[in-house]
Design a protein. Structure first.
Length: 281
């Protein structure tokens, strides 16, 4: 039994080592850095746009999402995000909403264009589509992301109210609420997987099917969740960036988190490309 576990561990270790070497060879690290640069540029206008939009929607309680961000983001990064959110709430204006939307769309579309180039490199293909077609695809996925975040906010609020309504109406056991809340977050994870599947299928200059991109979408989502929580725990408990770098500590933590997020997305695409090439042999 022990020998069998050791052999399995060695097998998985070799696969992970090969994947890391393959990622360096495919320039995933440099593409992740390029993506994270544009994502970081888009992060602040996109956050301001989202919060401004939420402020104009009275059915959404912004405090719930501040609490969720506090759970996911490292503390130093959350302090920066929280101050921006508070500023957007206190100084809301419609013109500011439009300006932040335009800036967010432009910078996020550049991030998606960088992702498209990285995906084409994973499949060893050249980009033959017209520039405006590729730009249109990137804008579509940016809009999908905006709609996803906004609708998920509404879903989380109404989901809680619906669960409370059923709990009181039918007289269900109190554990029903725990199961209900768990299902709400599971639906959110599944939604992220679906978005990544569409991203992996339609952005490369190659005809793919959903079954070809499902493994990478699942791995990317799980890696992002694990990386976010692990890095948050590490930076909050061990790495005191605020002591060493002062006010720049939060920016450094946020940049690292965005880079890890970009890396997980590209790793998912690389996994899909390797599995696809193996299937085509």
């Amino acid at each position: 039994m022990k020998n069998k576990l050791n052999s399995k561990f060695q097998t998985y270790s070799k696969k992970m080592k090969f994947l890391m070497e393959y990622s360096n060879y495919r320039e995933i690290n440099s593409k992740a850095a390029e993506m994270s640069f544009y994502l970081l540029l888009s992060f602040f206008p996109f956050l301001i746009f989202t919060i401004s939009l939420v402020v104009y929607t009275p059915i959404i309680k912004i405090s719930k999402y501040i609490f969720l961000l506090k759970k996911i983001l490292p503390l130093s990064a959350f302090n920066i995000v929280s101050s921006l959110m508070q500023s957007a709430i206190e100084n809301r204006s419609f013109s500011f909403l439009i300006l932040s939307f335009i800036l967010a769309m432009y910078t996020m579309s550049r991030a998606v264009l960088s992702l498209i180039r990285g995906m084409n490199r994973s499949y060893n293909i050249r980009e033959t589509r017209p520039y405006f077609e590729v730009l249109f695809i990137s804008l579509v996925f940016v809009i999908m992301l905006v709609v996803l975040i906004f609708t998920s906010m509404i879903f989380l609020v109404f989901g809680e109210r619906l669960g409370s309504f059923l709990f009181n109406l039918i007289g269900l056991d109190q554990y029903f609420m725990y199961i209900w809340n768990l299902c709400r977050y599971v639906v959110g994870i599944i939604t992220v997987i679906i978005i990544l599947m569409n991203l992996y299928r339609f952005t490369p200059n190659k005809k793919l099917h959903f079954k070809d991109v499902l493994p990478g979408a699942i791995v990317s989502t799980l890696c992002w969740l694990v990386a976010s929580f692990c890095y948050s725990f590490y930076s909050n408990n061990f790495a005191r960036y605020d002591i060493i770098y002062g006010s720049l500590g939060g920016i450094i933590v946020l940049m690292t988190w965005v880079y890890l997020s970009s890396w997980t997305i590209l790793i998912g695409c690389e996994i899909n490309a390797r599995l696809y090439k193996r299937k085509m042999r």
